[in-house]
Design a protein around this ligand. Structure first.
Ligand SMILES: NC(=O)c1ccc[n+]([C@@H]2O[C@H](COP(=O)([O-])OP(=O)(O)OC[C@H]3O[C@@H](n4cnc5c(N)ncnc54)[C@H](O)[C@@H]3O)[C@@H](O)[C@H]2O)c1
Length: 448
């Protein structure tokens, strides 16, 4: 074709995306810093108090056709997404605090703003959670369900979802709860039957997050995992996801340090600059930081953060540049900073003839301010996936890798970590489901 655009004719399929009519119910597991910043933020935007900065679904445009066509509609006008005014929140937490109290505790947003939104925020009260301190050592709460075994607990979550479904038109579940301890996949994760038996036997490799995901899958509801726990990325869950047309994606919101890493590493790689070492450290003082101070929860996070460089640099293809790269990650709990995380990266690189150089990054970020728009986009796009015939039975929604530190893929497929490849993949997926030409950036036709 020799054009900058390629692919999809307008297909009949494109017109089959169901419209986003009615209310979208968002059930958030864990009403902590990220969740309350998301919920308060959406309400502030609805009231016209603030803008949804950082959200592709709310502020992003998408180019269609040739560069000379000057056609770049807003994404939310191009694909049918739920309107923020139609979004209804609820959630689960082990603490009884309503969203106003929890947002006040998290101290992410200014007190003035939280007070302004108080009448709305205090109407959202957490449902009792499924929790077990074995999986999150640093937390203890009383708003917790009891049941005869894990399967019974999962059935109680299903009942919560069904009850909420009666009040809205569609539901999405988002995990924004604490990071659980590191768990390896075992035989219980291999099939739906093994998993169901495992729940009945209270198998130790089945953590609470997996029970929420199972419940969502059984109810045909999409589930996005914002934390690094083993929750949806195993055969039993993917099988259920496909069977019940309940899209899944995970894991771990890509927000601060890894966001920067997946921007800078592809640039170094593109210019064939070598990297000897990458040392990343953080100080963080919120409840997430406290949970991650436990070595077993930290291990889960560490695994999630470590993967990106290996995949981006491909040391097996470029041994002269990346074979012995030393990659170290530290997270230090430091209460005085609260949610205002500070991250430092020292990168030892080398160039022409092996001459060494250094790069330093010092990112003074706000953890939940970066995470909230990511969470919002994931929820709205997962709802879109559920309404899109071509996407809803795929299981894993790899096109949402853009938002995730450790993107889930089909079995045997390596994940794409490069932020710009991820961004292209996401936008081309939107073009594809709408029957628009894909954009390859070839562009020879401008010189014919
Ligand atoms: N903020 C970011 O930039 C960012 C980035 C990537 C991932 N994350 C992950 O997102 C998650 C939330 O982060 P946060 O800063 O909001 O943490 P937080 O500690 O403020 O909130 C987590 C909430 O989850 C609740 N919880 C724990 N286990 C639960 C369970 N089984 N059921 C229901 N509720 C449960 C806790 O009581 C708490 O209120 C963490 O796992 C974190 O690692 C955050």
């Amino acid at each position: 074709m020799g054009t900058e655009e390629k692919g999809g004719q307008k297909t009949a399929e494109a017109s089959k995306i169901a419209p986003a009519t009615g209310k979208l119910g968002v059930m958030v597991v864990g009403l902590g810093a990220v969740a309350t910043t998301l919920i308060a933020g959406v309400e502030a935007v609805r009231k016209g108090i603030a803008k949804p900065i950082g959200s592709l679904t709310q502020m992003g445009h998408i180019r269609l056709g040739k560069r000379t066509d000057n056609k770049s509609p807003m994404i939310k006008d191009f694909v049918p997404l739920a309107d923020l005014n139609d979004v209804v929140f609820t959630g689960w937490d082990i603490f009884e605090d309503n969203v106003y109290q929890s947002a006040s505790h998290a101290q992410v947003l200014d007190k003035d703003l939280v007070e302004q939104l108080k009448p709305y925020l205090e109407t959202i009260k957490p449902l009792p959670a499924v929790f077990d301190q074995y999986y999150v050592k640093r937390l203890a709460g009383t708003n917790v369900k009891t049941g005869k075994n894990k399967r019974d607990l999962a059935e109680q979550i299903r009942a919560d979802i069904r009850a909420f479904k009666k009040t809205v038109d569609r539901v999405v579940v988002l995990w924004a709860a604490s990071t659980e301890i590191y768990i390896e996949k075992t035989a219980v994760h291999e099939s739906i039957e093994a998993f169901e038996k495992g729940m009945e036997n209270n198998d130790i490799a089945i953590a609470p997050s997996q029970l929420y995901a199972y419940a969502a899958m059984k109810e045909g509801v999409p589930f996005a995992n914002g934390a690094p726990n083993l929750t949806v990325d195993f055969p039993a869950m993917v099988e259920l996801s496909k069977l019940n047309a309940a899209p899944v994606c995970g894991r771990d919101f890509k927000t601060g340090q890894t966001f920067m890493k997946t921007v800078l590493a592809p640039a170094l790689k593109a210019r064939l600059l070598g990297v000897r070492g990458w040392f990343s450290t953080n100080i963080l003082g919120n409840r997430d930081g406290e949970v991650l101070d436990d070595p077993q929860s930290f291990k889960t996070k560490e695994e999630s953060k470590l993967g990106s460089l290996d995949y981006i640099f491909q040391p097996e293809l470029y041994p002269d540049l990346y074979k012995d790269l030393y990659h170290k990650i530290r997270i230090n709990y430091y209460p005085p900073r609260g949610d205002d995380k500070e991250a430092w990266d020292n990168i030892d690189i080398f160039g022409w003839l092996g001459y060494p150089m250094q790069i330093k990054i010092n990112f003074l970020c706000r953890d939940s301010i970066l995470a909230a728009p990511v969470a919002l986009d994931l929820v709205l796009f997962m709802d879109l996936a559920k309404r899109t015939p071509e996407l809803r039975s795929l299981g894993v929604q790899e096109w949402l890798s853009f938002y995730l530190k450790s993107p889930q893929t089909a079995e045997g497929l390596y994940p794409e970590h490069d932020l710009f490849i991820q961004s292209m993949k996401l936008k081309n997926t939107l073009r594809h489901i709408k029957g628009e030409n894909l954009i390859t950036h070839l562009g020879l036709e401008y010189y014919d």
